[in-house]
Design a protein around this ligand. Structure first.
Ligand code: FES
Ligand SMILES: [Fe+2]
Length: 420
């Protein structure tokens, strides 16, 4: 068949529903707005790692679904999360990406979060402890106790990551949300404290789901020279994708032959606890977080969608907190040589999704994106993406291959059960 004309190009593929989706899920502003409300404001998000807040009064700022967030460690060592918003007139409370409240700011007291606008102050539990010229302005009409910060649910879990949700009554607990997919890594990441040794972020002109897709499909690994050389044996192609409830996927393990790549070495000596030498695991969490353990180094990707065609991805590399300086140096080398900004793998994935982002900008013509490879759930089977978009449809009440249509109408029995 020759190259297709316009109507042939737009025709539905002969694959089954669920094996292809409409590209508007990657490019439409209205769908994006819906995703923020229906998905990102309701899920658990790992916003950072506990080792990034080592001391009391340390903090980091970030955002979920456009809402600014502050995460800080109190004098009682507890990590808490709040909206980074002043209850007075909505000023952004803290502008720095990270730091400490231990020392006072030029316009605030030590050990306080101080709003620079009108100098209201808050303690590490989010209580309002000072209102400038309180009596003069409010007499007895406004009480400090009633103007505290907006507290958010926050838990430290699964290897010491700090998880936050904007939802005061999340549908499921964090354990129920991600406990099962993390089962394959739990012994290794919970055996002893971990520490972040690498952080970088990338802002890419593409949809956040395309990044998650590339983390959950391995058909693209022809693009990765490193994978071709160190993998591509029978065990590599035989490993399986496992789907879990809530849209999560785990990609099974195999033994990586690092020595096959010139300049690389076995990672056996610095393997994470309980992990057989040079093994590899990947946990892909809905709607776009990824944990990847390559023998001696754990990588975590957290996406912050910025628009239908813009995403910020934060990359962290973690090792064991007790590393000696020499061990840490080797671990950093293992991590960066493959996953650093100049490593052998990561930038190739970024080129892939940036290319997709170029063809799927807002207002580009809708087209079909194929997710239809079926290979008994082995590594090139696209089951991970199919599982993800089925969950996406459920949360969004949109069919991924026809997003104007209702998922609930297409799945009445499940929708009725969920409503009970
Ligand atoms: S806006 Fe924060 S003190 Fe006024
Ligand atoms: Fe890749």
């Amino acid at each position: 068949m020759p190259a297709r004309n316009h109507s042939q190009w737009l025709a539905n593929p002969e694959l089954k529903e669920g094996e292809w989706i409409d590209s508007r899920v990657y490019s439409d502003q209205e769908i994006f707005n819906d995703e923020m409300e229906k998905i990102f404001k309701r899920v658990w998000v790992p916003v950072c790692h506990e080792s990034e807040l080592p001391e009391p009064y340390d903090f980091r700022t970030t955002s979920i679904a456009g809402e600014p967030i502050i995460v800080s460690r109190g004098p009682d060592k507890e990590i808490r999360a709040f909206l980074n918003v002043c209850p007075h007139r909505g000023m952004l409370l803290e502008r720095r990406p990270s730091g400490s409240f231990l020392e006072g700011q030029p316009s605030g007291n030590p050990k306080r979060i101080t709003c620079m606008f009108h100098a209201w102050q808050f303690d590490m539990k989010g209580n309002c402890v000072y209102v400038a010229r309180e009596k003069e302005g409010y007499q007895d009409r406004l009480c400090k106790e009633n103007v505290g910060l907006r507290r958010l649910r926050c838990e430290v879990k699964f290897g010491g990551f700090v998880w936050v949700t904007l939802d005061d009554s999340p549908k499921v607990s964090l354990e129920e949300w991600a406990g099962e997919p993390f089962e394959c890594l739990r012994e290794s990441i919970d055996a002893e404290p971990l520490e972040v040794f690498h952080y970088h972020k990338a802002i890419i002109d593409t949809n956040y789901k395309l990044w998650h897709d590339t983390n959950s499909e391995f058909y693209h690994d022809f693009m990765h020279y490193h994978n071709r050389v160190t993998g591509f044996n029978d065990a590599y192609f035989a490993r399986k994708n496992f789907a879990f409830k809530h849209g999560h996927v785990v990609v099974g393990t195999f033994e990586v032959n690092y020595e096959n790549y010139e300049g690389f070495e076995s990672r056996a000596e610095l393997s994470f606890p309980h992990l057989p030498p040079n093994q590899w695991y990947m946990v892909d969490l809905f709607p776009g977080m990824n944990f990847n353990l390559r023998g001696s180094a754990l990588r975590c990707d957290i996406v912050t969608p910025l628009g239908p065609d813009k995403v910020m991805i934060e990359f962290r590399g973690l090792g064991l907190k007790r590393d000696t300086p020499q061990e840490r140096e080797i671990r950093i080398n293992h991590h960066n040589s493959i996953w650093g900004p100049f490593g052998r793998n990561l930038h190739e994935d970024l080129i892939g999704v940036a290319g997709q982002g170029t063809t799927m900008r807002p207002h580009t013509e809708q087209r079909r994106i194929l997710h239809g490879r079926q290979e008994n759930q082995t590594i090139h089977d696209e089951v991970g993406m199919r599982h993800y978009y089925d969950e996406w449809g459920r949360w969004m009440n949109r069919l991924p291959n026809d997003p104007e249509k209702s998922w609930h109408e297409r799945n009445p029995a499940e929708a009725a059960a969920a409503a009970e």
